[in-house]
Design a protein around this ligand. Sequence first.
Ligand code: GLN
Ligand code: ZN
Length: 785
Amino acid sequence: SSLLVLSSPPPLLRDPFHHSLRKMASHIVGYPRIGPKRELKFALESFWDGKSSADNLQKVAADLRRSIWKQMADAGIKYIPSNTFSCYDQMLDTTAMLGAVPQRYGWSGGEIGFDIYFSMARGNASVPAMEMTKWFDTNYHYIVPELAPDSKFTYASHKAVSEYKEAKALGIDTVPVLIGPVTYLLLSKPAKGVEKSFATLSLLGNVLPVYKEVIAELKAAGASWIQFDEPTLVMDLDAHQLEAFTKAYLELESSFSGLNVLVETYFADVPAEAYKTITTLNGISGFGFDLVRGTNTLDLIKSAGFPSGKYLFAGVVDGRNIWANDLASSLSTLNALEAIVGKDKLVTSTSCSLMHTAVDLVNETKLDGEIKSWLAFAAQKVVEVNALAKALAGHKDEAVFSANAAAQASRKSSPRVTNEEVQKAAAALKGSDHRRATDVSARLDAQQKKLNLPILPTTTIGSFPQTMDLRRVRREYKANKISEEEYVNAIKEEINNVVKLQEELDIDVLVHGEPERNDMVEYFGEQLSGFAFTVNGWVQSYGSRCVKPPIIYGDVSRPKAMTVFWSSMAQSMTSRPMKGMLTGPVTILNWSFVRNDQPRFETCYQIALAIKKEVEDLEAAGIQVIQIDEAALREGLPLRKSGQAFYLDWAVHSFRITNCGVKDTTQIHTHMCYSNFNDIIHSIIDMDADVITIENSRSDEKLLSVFREGVKYGAGIGPGVYDIHSPRIPSAEEIIDRINKMLAVLESNILWVNPDCGLKTRKYTEVKPALTNMVAAAKALRKQL
Ligand code: GLN
Ligand code: ZN
């Protein structure tokens, strides 16, 4: 019988690739949690509305986690992440893990449950929510931790461990993912009252003991790898901040014995100093880099070298976009890297968590076949990562690679991508300047003569609550279930109600409420050429909120007017000024999936030209106030100083292109969903809008500090006087308080009174009393001025 064994070699040796047969090393940084059909969103909202139980929410969440893990396991992924799921936000999860609950939420110890967790996220009847801000340069928002010198940390949420165990029980060994201690602290803010005196990083020694407990528990549960996300490593850091990484990971080193540790970075390349700092840390087994945005990292690895015996997690599959990977080009990158780091030490990965891309292309039944062949969503990217890892290990699937090459070629040569006329017009804009003829103070005088507004004029940002009825009408019209006439009448009635309500509330500059729009970018994209749309291409924005970014695949143009019909209809219903409402080019760009075959600024100039035509058509139709939302201008800012001036230059230029041609008497408003402007205030002034409204109330008037420090500002400005992200209704006194704080730094004749942002996610039962109080506050203050 021994002969028999010899004559039948084990299958392994018969493999034609046996000389290079290695484990296929593939890794996913993180995965979307919202679900392919937004299952988590619906479960959360129904729980918050008291319509379903906490158990139901837990079950939906567990089902999602299971299907995500299974999917990655089935695709052959070796390093599958856990704890990248969250019921709200991964930073808030870390706050819970560390027991860093601000006192006002009344937490009295013990494991943190939904009540405390969601109070921090969303506020409750008596306490406002914690601040929310953008996660790096994405459209995802995280809950900003609030820390003070006396903050106490205790291990108060065992989520990372229980998710690891949950996956293990399903037979899947995962890599638990934690936000690294240094990134956590660098993204925290000093609590009220200690802003000046305190650096959150000084708490490093206090948070590490909790991290040690978590690590020990994960190890005991059987984890063999832990991933620490330290994306702040891609930022401009000073020596002291870099030292914190060394300190933290040296101190954790003893807990790492018997474990492999991955330090993961993303969203840009890692600067040379930071690269040196982390790659010289002994206790770390692997380093993850974004090789899509991190265009210099490859050179850095080549020139600075890579520590021997360590793993390189190479993020070649783009987690921020929906384009299919160019597999041949990625494979050659991987081959080059393998030559440096050595065989068996290279892991194919995504550039960042896939939560910043759409979930699954399988559910896109309405997409044109040619365009669909150019795309890959999260589920497809998992397959791409594995195909690359297989190819690297000597198991190249030729069919997959040749289909991919064919799709890349079709995208390059497709006539639907190119419009020569648009290309020429956009190219002509570069290098020239576009400005309004008169300066802002003269324009404001001219506008006031026509508009005749009271001091502290009141307005809103654009949208009014979107009721179920309204959504149904839009849906039925899209599905051809109701006629155009029925649709127009329904929307007209809605606009009429919104106009009447604003007149009753005695608001000064009205809006039409945007009932015809389900999304401020999609609405315009649908009417512009060069855009494609998905049915389920949702990406989480914050909490249960998702956006469905359009896909810009070709040159952009505007076949016909987009908003004039509704805006003139709304204006005809009132004698008060009605704002025309547009989304600006930079925001359309930043909130879309943008083509990666030409520079972003070229696409932005094309959109600017299309919006310019719309602005001019609105003006010609008699609209005197036009708001061009640039909600997302700030978030497109490159993460490091070196890239910022160039971005701001073309972004601000694009905005000015849209309105440089209007009359002095036409008032141009813009709106921004961000208050952290201190660093770009001069660019904002350079946008030269007549009035800017800014989200403000959730960040403790951070914005006002810019003006306190003496920045000259002469245009109109409306820092939001209450938070629209929370159901809480602000009192008139509270609003008066806020406005008084603004009046201390801003001239009363430039100040506007408005909410933080659009009202579409709120209910009328919240909006009516809130706006009543807002108008009452403005009126009370007018009497005193
Ligand atoms: N005009 C938009 C609205 O009110 C602005 C939304 C936004 O800034 N995100 O809905
Ligand atoms: Zn906004």
